[in-house]
Design a protein around this ligand. Structure first.
Ligand SMILES: C[S@@+](CC[C@H](N)C(=O)[O-])C[C@H]1O[C@@H](n2cnc3c(N)ncnc32)[C@H](O)[C@@H]1O
Length: 444
């Protein structure tokens, strides 16, 4: 049924008591209806057009395959559809039930997106929109030789980038992780809204069917809503990004910011290669109210050749080349995440730490400046929907509070480090060397 402010939801027709041993599963979704990796394969066997689309797109990921399945359902369920892409299935009917609006930021207007300025989602959403555009263009190019798909995508423009962005939003906000089948979409179960604590939970049963069960300690009155927990440990930004809302009762607070290499670092490419994943700064709150930060790549960023960080290309017995990283002569290629510990025995450890703290502090300061500046100039316009404005301001408040507290801590640590003896003597030596250099320059 329609809920007040969460779209459709699962409503009980009678009083339910979780402690009642006789209570059957609230919902059982048979395996054949579950859209998982196996579901995609089965559908590909029976639908030639879908199979061709999958192959042309190059089977990049399970998510990509499921999105193409949804794309097929979008075409089949369109009122303009005139045949050709195969017979409609139970999923085609179900697809018609799904909302055409999802409150996730990839579907926000320009003016709504401006509400994210200074938050961790600002760059995340713009990167996601860029990636979705690339994906869609790639599919359009890959299907030029498939007459039916080419007509739909390229010639008639019946399927557009906006459709692809909507399908991605539907997938992100409605897919879930099943213990055996992996990332899947489960019809009907995806009508269940979130709350914390939740009244129900789901399980994958013996035959691969998914069941929804009431928690033992839960009771739901007649006409009350049955809910599950989408992940109470997810951060506000993650909830907003994936589902389009922030649970006000959630206490999990963390922020993730992308870390960019220093432009003038000659080893930047090698460091990124060895690190092997996009570098981030993660700030996490905890029960004590003292947040913590973690940014393993920034340690790598702050170390260089003259500190004892070297890169070498080694050749395997089979002739292939491999880039290796060395710290003080020892191969630490597999420990790129662990530089914070590896530098601990070094006489300049505190100097390295100061460099790292200074970079993190700079990032936090810059984020706070943008957040604060934008808070001041905030003007509500008609094109901003109230629930979006509310969610964005909740995110801004949570992240600003976390940035302010970590800023204080970092400032304190920076000041302490500046007083450390190894740091003062290092800086004095550096200044002396600089002075000598300047004198020499003057003389020449
Ligand atoms: C898996 S679907 C749930 C069914 C959905 N309400 C519908 O109309 O189809 C997830 C979406 O439901 C909405 N939703 C779920 N729980 C919510 C909550 N506690 N507060 C606000 N919106 C919620 C969000 O729009 C979210 O993206």
């Amino acid at each position: 049924a329609d809920t007040e402010d969460r779209g459709l939801g699962l409503i009980s027709e009678k009083d339910l008591d979780g402690g009642n041993d006789e209570l059957p599963a609230l919902l059982t979704v048979p395996k054949e209806l579950i859209l998982s990796a196996a579901g995609v394969e089965d559908y590909a066997k029976e639908n030639k057009d879908f199979r061709q689309l999958l192959e042309a797109a190059g089977r990049q990921s399970l998510r990509g395959d499921i999105l193409l399945f949804l794309l097929t359902q979008l075409v089949l369920s369109s009122p303009d559809y005139s045949g050709g892409q195969g017979a409609s299935t139970a999923w085609t009917q179900y697809f018609k039930l799904l909302p055409t609006q999802v409150p996730v930021p990839t579907l926000w207007s320009e003016s709504e997106l401006s509400l994210l300025r200074g938050t961790s989602l600002e760059s995340a959403v713009s990167a996601k929109l860029g990636a979705l555009t690339k994906e869609f263009n790639r599919i359009r190019d890959a299907t030029t030789d498939l007459a039916r798909w080419n007509k739909l995508i390229e010639i008639d423009e019946a399927v557009t980038l906006s459709d692809w962005i909507l399908l991605d939003a539907l997938y992100r906000s409605r897919s879930l992780e099943l213990p055996k089948s992996g990332e899947s979409m489960v019809p009907y179960l995806d009508l269940v809204n979130h709350s914390n604590p939740a009244t129900a939970y789901f399980e994958e049963a013996l035959e691969g069917e998914v069941v929804l069960l009431l928690h033992r300690e839960a009771s739901v009155p007649k006409k009350g809503e049955i809910t599950i927990d989408y992940g109470h440990d997810k951060s506000a930004a993650e909830m907003l990004f994936s589902y389009g809302f922030i649970d006000p009762s959630s206490s999990a607070k963390s922020v993730v910011l992308p870390v960019e290499s220093m432009e003038d670092d000659p080893l930047a490419k090698a460091k990124l290669y060895i690190f092997g994943r996009p570098p981030v700064l993660k700030i996490t709150d905890n029960d004590t109210g003292v947040p913590q930060w973690d940014a393993p790549f920034i340690y790598l960023m702050c170390l260089n050749d003259e500190d004892g960080l070297h890169f070498k290309i080694s050749q395997d017995t089979n002739g292939s080349h491999d880039l290796r990283m060395f710290w003080q002569g020892a191969d630490v290629t597999e420990e790129a995440e662990n530089m914070e510990n590896l530098i601990k025995g070094h006489e300049l450890c505190q100097v390295f730490r100061l460099r790292v703290v200074t970079i993190v502090l700079g990032m936090v300061q810059q984020q706070l400046e943008v957040l604060t500046a934008h808070n001041e100039e905030k003007v509500l316009t008609e094109s901003q929907r109230p629930h979006i404005t509310q969610a964005a301001s909740r995110l801004r408040a949570i992240e600003k509070d976390l940035f302010e507290r970590i800023f204080q801590l970092l400032e304190g640590e920076k000041n302490r480090l500046f007083e450390d003896e190894s740091v003062t003597s290092y800086l004095a030596a550096m200044n002396g060397a600089q002075q000598d250099e300047n004198d020499e320059e003057d003389f020449t």
